[in-house]
Design a protein around this ligand. Structure first.
Ligand code: C5P
Length: 333
């Protein structure tokens, strides 16, 4: 890490995630549900830059910019301010401007807000030269702000337990190809989807077991066998998301008819992820969905990809060399 004074802007790249398996257990006393999930980072990235400023602010660009709050509720800003409170006593507090290039669909179940918070934490630690904050502590701070944040720092494919914040990496070589459908202007609030899941379970009289990872999915992932992975895609929140946004059932049906190996709602939705066998199949499916599926943004991605990474830390140019004192007055000829 460089000295804080030497850097004037730090940029991080952070991926979105989908959940290949999301087992929702009982509601806990703290208002969260016990989970067993398999997170999978995919190649749709936000870029988050931080640079010193006179006051705290957030600027958002990109296709989803108008749907991201730039006030005090922005999670990246909350994350930066939370980290700032850990600065050594007596050190000067430097507010930052946070610039977010927003490419991950907003409120879509891909943890876009958490992704920006993860990136802001890593970028601010670098900018402020906070060597005292180890990765474990940074993850701990992240987990206090959002259950998905520790995973977004790790990336790859990983099991999430607890409320999703306890991460165990899954060894998975190779690449999976995904087509994502993100409903234009469609959003679901995570607490509302969990509450709907509880309501549907209560209505059906379902006894909720403790959540457990699916061993067959783990085997399929170790082999990176897309057809086998597709058989074990599962999301306990899917029925709740469909109950709140019935169009998602049509999207899933359209993907299946167009030849996807498998598909599911990502996290609390409403983004839908389809698994296909190759890049060529991904192109075919995205063209088919755009022509025949419900209206939405269609994105292609691969996974797994690494978690939050610093991609640039710019050092200011050296100060100009002062001109050498020259002769005063007319130079004798
Ligand atoms: O941690 P995160 O910000 O993603 O949580 C948002 C909301 O989603 C929580 O306040 C809670 O209502 C719900 N949630 C849950 N169980 C989890 C994770 C999230 O009920 N394991």
């Amino acid at each position: 890490m460089r000295a804080a004074e030497a850097i004037d802007v730090v940029t991080c790249r952070v991926p979105g995630k989908i959940n290949l398996d999301l087992n929702v257990g009982p509601l806990r006393e703290d208002g969260f549900h016990e989970l067993s999930t398999v997170y999978h980072a995919v190649s749709i990235y936000d870029r988050v830059s931080v640079q010193p400023a006179d006051d705290w602010s957030v600027v958002v660009t990109g296709p989803y910019a108008d749907r991201v709050p730039t006030d005090d509720t922005n999670l990246a800003l909350v994350a930066a301010k939370t980290l700032a409170r850990r600065r050594p006593r007596g050190s000067r507090l430097v507010p930052v401007t946070i610039e977010i290039d927003k490419q991950i669909p907003v409120a879509g179940g891909m943890a876009g807000g958490s992704a920006d918070a993860a990136a802001a934490l890593l970028a601010c630690r670098e900018l402020w030269g906070m060597d005292n904050v180890e990765n474990d502590l940074l993850e701990h701070i992240g987990a206090s702000l959002g259950s998905d944040i520790p995973f977004l720092m790790h990336g790859g494919t990983a099991i999430g337990t607890g409320r999703g914040e306890q991460i165990t990496p899954v060894l998975a070589r190779g690449e999976l190809h995904w087509v994502l459908w993100a409903g234009e202007g469609l959003a679901l609030s995570t607490p509302t989807v969990y509450a709907e899941c509880d309501r549907l379970r209560e209505e059906a009289g379902i006894e909720v077991p403790d959540p457990e990872p699916n061993g067959e999915l783990m085997t399929a992932l170790r082999r990176m066998d897309a057809e086998e992975v597709a058989k074990h895609l599962r999301n306990d929140l899917q029925d709740a998301a469909i109950s709140l946004q019935p169009v998602l059932a049509e999207v899933l049906e359209a993907g299946s008819e167009l030849g996807a190996l498998g598909g599911l709602v990502s996290g609390s939705g409403p983004t839908v992820a389809f698994l296909v066998g190759s890049q060529a199949e991904a192109i075919d499916l995205s063209v088919g969905l755009a022509a025949n599926g419900p209206v939405g943004d269609i994105l292609r991605a691969t996974g797994p990809v690494p978690g939050t990474q610093i991609v640039q830390n710019r050092v200011p140019p050296p100060p100009p060399v002062p001109p050498r004192p020259g002769p005063v007055g007319p130079v004798p000829g």
